[in-house]
Design a protein around this ligand. Structure first.
Ligand code: BES
Ligand code: ZN
Ligand code: ZN
Length: 463
């Protein structure tokens, strides 16, 4: 579905009007309609009238914040998704844009594997938008949504298609289209870099690992030193030899590259929208399986930076690949490092799907900006503590650290493990909860959500 910037939606069959006072619409809707809407206007957020020739929606935006408007966009989308001609008029910039955002995000479908795709596809092709906003706002929203949909696609793709090599290829293709640089390190190059963590996790796989480096460096970048992003690219997580133990615990593990999708997605969004920040994203990728010469509990692995790790659970594989990527990222002398990862079941158990969890050693001010970006976009983060006491849980009897923490606060010990490999201000974002939904939540349908893309886009835009 495309957005069309227009002055007038009177010719559209289905019309949506957004206002805080019905009177503000008197130049736009007919007297008959007006009389009809007057009866119920006060209480209802959404009112509509259907005649043989037209359907008119009126939305009372009074007292509604951006997220409420996105949700109304989703509600109206459910009703109009199969209509060819739909227009929306709004009298206030932010609200209208949020409504359109909710409508647009609701139109996502992952139909690739259905044989009757055409039948299932939403019929709506364009949404005409008129009112108090600029065409540039719609273009920006459209680009950002394109990136979110791409991230959702990647998360929804099973490993039977999206393995570590295809993931890297997809990112490369997007880089070409969006005119930013993408370089892929193959297994040989990864061995040369001595990425011991990534190679260890890959030992059980029949597919080689990849390490993708995405760089967006605009001439007018505000930052002198880059921001480095790292995304967990485990294209499938069986747990490895510490095989995932409970019923269904593996079913959704094609989504274990949600962090990679988030970081690749946000790079695509900032490049399409020409945001003036210099950002580098690193995507270590492999699947985690018990096959072949799979790494085993008890193994000691030497990581890229020389740290030795005693592996006590091969299902804690995310931190093994992320650690190498973070250590690799130090060479860019970044101003800030951020990783996003579907890292722990502990994060899911603590807060479920409504929020990501962030933590780190960056300044409070940076966290405040991140939290604000999350609240603005409703792609939220909750900050957890990050005290050094949790490092105690990672002490090993025979190596520098073990890859397993204690019985509690698993999301934090995972973060402390990763921090060890960073030499710069650092934020860790555990997106395990919101990355993939088993039941739709408004404009986020079942499946991959693109969690983190809108959050980090807003953060980088306001950086
Ligand atoms: N990919 C999982 C985390 C996960 C669980 C993501 C559920 C989404 C939903 C991760 O690799 C994992 O298995 N973590 C273990 C770590 C533990 C062995 C220290 C976990 O959280 O159980
Ligand atoms: Zn795991
Ligand atoms: Zn995992």
């Amino acid at each position: 579905m495309k957005l069309k910037f227009t002055k007038d939606i009177s010719k559209e069959t289905n019309k949506v009007f957004i206002a805080s006072k019905l009177d503000d619409l008197k130049n736009y809707i007919s007297k008959e309609c007006m009389t009809y809407f007057k009866t119920a206007w006060k209480d209802e957020a959404v009112q509509f009238i259907k005649t043989p020739s037209t359907t008119v929606y009126v939305i009372n935006r009074k007292g509604k914040n951006a997220e409420a408007m996105r949700k109304l966009g989703n509600q109206v989308h459910s009703a109009l998704k199969n209509e060819k001609s739909v227009g929306v008029y709004g009298d206030a910039n932010g609200d209208l844009l949020a409504f359109v955002e909710g409508f647009l995000l609701s139109n996502y479908q992952f139909l690739k594997y259905f044989t009757d795709k055409a039948k299932r596809e939403n019929k709506i092709k364009t949404l005409a938008v008129a009112g108090d906003l600029k065409k540039a706002d719609l273009d920006e929203l459209e680009n950002l949504t394109t990136a979110v949909f791409w991230a959702r696609d990647m998360v929804n793709e099973p490993v039977s298609y999206l393995d570590s090599v295809v993931l890297a290829q997809e990112i490369q293709a997007k880089g070409k289209a969006g005119n930013y640089s993408v370089k892929v390190l193959d297994k040989k190059a990864i061995e040369k870099e001595k990425m011991g963590g990534l190679l260890a996790v890959n030992q059980g796989s029949v597919t080689p690992p990849t390490f993708t480096i995405i760089e967006y460096k605009p001439k007018n970048a505000k930052n002198k030193k880059p921001i480095v992003l790292v995304g967990k690219g485990i294209v499938y997580d069986t747990g490895g030899l510490s095989l995932k133990p409970t019923a269904h615990s593996m079913d959704l593990m094609k989504s274990d590259m949600g962090g990679a999708a988030a970081m690749a997605g946000v790079m695509h969004a900032i490049a399409l929208n020409k945001i003036s920040v210099h950002v580098i994203a690193l995507i270590p990728s492999t699947d985690n399986r018990p096959g072949k010469n799979a790494y085993a509990p008890g193994d000691v692995v030497t990581m890229l930076d020389g740290t030795t790790i005693e592996v006590l659970n091969t299902d804690a594989e995310g931190r093994m690949v992320l650690a190498d990527a973070l250590a690799y990222g130090n060479q860019y002398n970044p101003e800030l490092m951020i990783d996003a990862a579907t890292l722990t079941g502990a994060a899911v158990r603590a807060l479920g799907s409504k929020t990501s969890i962030c933590m780190g050693n960056a300044k409070d001010k940076v966290f405040e900006k991140l939290e604000k970006a999350g609240n603005d976009m409703h792609d939220r983060v909750v900050r957890f503590p990050f005290w050094d006491e949790w490092k105690e849980d990672l002490k090993s009897d025979i190596a520098d650290m073990k890859n397993l923490g204690g019985p509690s606060a698993g999301m934090i010990t995972a973060g402390k493990f990763l921090e060890h490999f960073t030499k710069h201000p650092y934020i860790h974002i555990d997106i395990a909860g919101p990355a993939f939904l088993e039941a739709a939540e408004d404009y986020k349908g079942k499946g991959g959500t693109g969690a983190g893309v809108r959050l980090l886009y807003q953060f980088l835009k306001n950086y």
